[in-house]
Design a binder for this molecule. Structure first.
Ligand code: 7TS
Length: 411
């Protein structure tokens, strides 16, 4: 069990994560790939088991007690999410499959119904593919085109260039809160204020931010905010689209089916109110329950404590890595989260990841679903170390030992 703590102690917290006890290639697992997906505390695993053992029924339809209870539990998590991100209304919280589906929902509902030929959607050079491709797909049917905010070599967005991109043709800004490669924390408040001065709505990809520090959508004043449960220590298969109520109300449904209607006849169907209008079909109820447990867990630890633990570890790891000859880090922004992408000499990132894997260390190597960013960095791929609330300095020390071995093998 964990208790309310002033400072996060990763050695105490680790005991909550059963998977951290297992081995990788016969060595104790050192998990440095939390940006891809975070591991789950037993509180989340137990909540899902408890739900299936005691509470499962389909929601929003049964009159019997079990279905009523399942509905209550599901809707309770919607309220939890609302307070977690400080939304104004619970119906602004739409449960989807993850960040990817949240962005596709906005692209296909908002974009398809509003974009005209020649309209512009502004994204940044550091976007994950899931905040690029949906806009291109909508562009193909509407004639809208992408414009791209460039960045400095530090990995910080060029806000002057951004200002110049905002014109009467700009119909939406879609930008990431934290880069999954560079770790850059983008100035969303400023980006939003500039867009709003010209009545342009802003979508924020919060996939890497929601697990990292406190998010307040009202303070950011963004119009949409998307994130995934599995990156915030909850289960896979569920995520959230936050949208301002007034905006969501004007948008057409994204998918049709059960639970999203008011009345159906062959002549005409009318749609349900928010949030059901955007939640067609039986949702991933168990995963929503698990997300609720994950939020409870994060709130007990304290998002501020999580952020400062990862900041401390980021500084330690960066210092250590910089001491390795021939190692080059991509992303040195002043405001940065616990993600470090790097290359070592001309050793292929996959070779580095393979050697580390044999030492029990899980890191990601590749383009990290950000091929346009790789082009900007002039590399085909990087190694990426990403930190979670359970990582320790000792694990970073082990990473250094692994990288020394890489240098010996390929040097
Ligand atoms: N946006 C960002 C910034 C991400 O990092 C990711 C996933 C997504 C969107 C998509 O999230 P999903 O849950 O819908 O898949 N990022 C990564 C990563 O960095 N490594 O694997 C997945």
């Amino acid at each position: 069990m964990i208790s309310e703590m002033a400072k996060l102690d990763p050695y105490i917290v680790r005991a909550d994560f059963p998977i951290l006890q297992i081995q990788n290639r016969g060595k104790p697992l050192i998990y440095l790939d939390t940006s891809a997906s975070a591991q789950k505390p037993h509180q989340v695993i137990d909540a899902i088991q408890h739900y299936y053992t005691h509470q499962h029924a389909n929601i929003h339809r049964g009159v019997y007690e079990l279905s009523e209870q399942a509905t209550q539990v599901f809707e309770g998590v919607r309220h939890q999410v609302k307070s977690f991100i400080n939304a104004q209304h619970a119906e602004e919280i739409i449960f989807v499959r993850g960040t990817t589906e949240a962005i596709n929902l906005v692209a296909h509902s908002y974009g398809r119904s509003r974009f005209q030929p020649g309209d512009e959607i502004v994204v940044s050079v550091m976007e994950h593919h899931s905040n690029i491709v949906p806009w291109q797909m909508v562009g193909e049917v509407t004639g809208a085109v992408l414009r791209v905010i460039p960045m400095a070599d530090t990995g910080e967005l060029d806000l002057d260039a951004y200002r110049q991109l905002l014109t009467a043709r700009t119909k939406l800004i879609a930008v990431t809160h934290i880069s999954n490669v560079l770790g850059t924390i983008n100035p969303i408040k400023e980006i939003t204020a500039l867009a709003h001065a010209q009545q342009i709505p802003v979508l924020v990809d919060g996939a890497q931010a929601a697990p990292f520090f406190p998010v307040d959508v009202q303070a950011l004043d963004c119009d949409f905010y998307a994130f995934s449960s599995h990156k915030m220590y909850g289960p896979t298969g569920v995520g959230v689209l936050y949208g301002k109520k007034a905006l969501l109300e004007t948008m057409p449904p994204y998918q049709g089916g059960g639970d999203m209607i008011e009345t159906v006849s062959f002549a005409k169907t009318t749609y349900a109110k928010l949030p059901n209008k955007f939640e067609a079909g039986t949702p991933n109820i168990a995963a929503v329950v698990g997300l609720g447990a994950a939020i409870r867990y994060l709130q007990i630890l304290g998002m501020e404590n999580i952020a400062s633990h990862e900041q401390e570890l980021l500084h330690y790891a960066t210092e250590q890595l910089q001491a390795i000859a021939g190692l080059r880090i991509f992303g040195t922004a002043k405001h940065k989260a616990g993600v470090i992408a790097f290359v070592v000499d001309d050793i292929h990132p996959h070779d580095i990841a393979t050697v580390l894997d044999h030492a029990g260390i899980a890191v990601r190597a590749g383009h990290h679903c950000a091929m346009p960013l790789m082009e900007r960095l002039h590399v085909p791929a990087t190694v990426r170390v990403s930190l979670g609330l359970y990582n320790t300095r000792e694990e970073i020390d082990q990473l250094m030992v692994g990288l020394q071995q890489v240098k010996r093998l390929f040097g």
